[in-house]
Write a protein that binds this ligand. Structure first.
Ligand code: ADP
Length: 205
């Protein structure tokens, strides 16, 4: 529920002057008591303001949180993640470059015997092409960011926490990992594109 500008102004007045009677709130807004009565009713019904007879209105300290905020903290990564793009650590830089075009992705997760060992981004690949590497002969393991420096996320983590990690570390993608047989297996990817998609889908609802 979105509060009107006048309702927000009333909350501010009550916060600063509590307890305050309705007439005084109206006076401060240069409005009549009758004009603000529906606002006071709504604010008390929402439990943002409390009212004590003969004392006045006070601020409860509780502004209802927005549904959007609740949702980003409750929704799980596993329900929004994409299919991961994975190559073996022995794959060449050339194969990495072809893969990001074919799979339309920006980040490749690198594995050894199915275990996550590295991450390679677009710029890692680009950088390697202006270096000394023979890109068809050099394996991805030479240029990847490797464990233990990989920022990863659990499928049951919230989409808020995953977004926070992307923002904090200035990266585009997180491998979604699960431990299987004592190994870290990549079961998905959570990227800035997923967040954009969530934002647009929820905006349309
Ligand atoms: P780009 O380099 O193409 O802009 P990123 O911002 O995602 O893409 O990557 C920046 C650097 O961080 C790269 O060197 C990449 O290897 C590394 N990186 C990307 N994703 C991760 C991750 N999940 N954990 C650790 N390092 C990462």
């Amino acid at each position: 529920m979105k509060l009107s500008e006048r309702q927000k102004a009333i909350i501010e007045i009550v916060k600063e002057n509590e307890p305050i009677i309705g007439d005084d709130i109206a006076k401060k807004l240069e409005l009549s008591r009758a004009t603000i009565r529906p606002d006071l009713t709504i604010l008390t019904m929402l439990n943002i303001l409390g009212a004590r007879p003969k004392v006045g209105y006070f601020f409860t300290g509780k502004i209802p949180t927005n549904r959007f905020i609740d949702e980003v903290k409750e929704q799980k990564v596993r329900d929004y993640m994409s299919v991961p793009v994975i190559l073996d650590e022995g794959s060449s830089i050339y194969e990495g470059i072809v893969t990001i075009f074919l799979e339309d992705t920006g980040t490749i997760f690198v594995t050894r015997d199915r275990e996550l060992v590295g991450v390679v981004s677009r710029k890692d690949l680009l950088r390697s092409t202006i270096g000394q590497f023979e890109i068809e002969q050099t394996p991805l393991s030479v240029i990847m960011t490797r464990m233990p420096n990989i920022i990863k996320v659990d499928p049951d983590e919230s989409i808020y926490e995953a977004s926070r990690l992307l923002e904090k570390h200035g990266i585009d993608a997180l491998p979604v990992v699960e431990e299987m047989d004592g190994q870290l297996r990549v079961i998905g990817r959570f990227t800035k594109t997923n967040i954009l998609r969530i934002f647009v889908e929820w905006g349309e609802e």
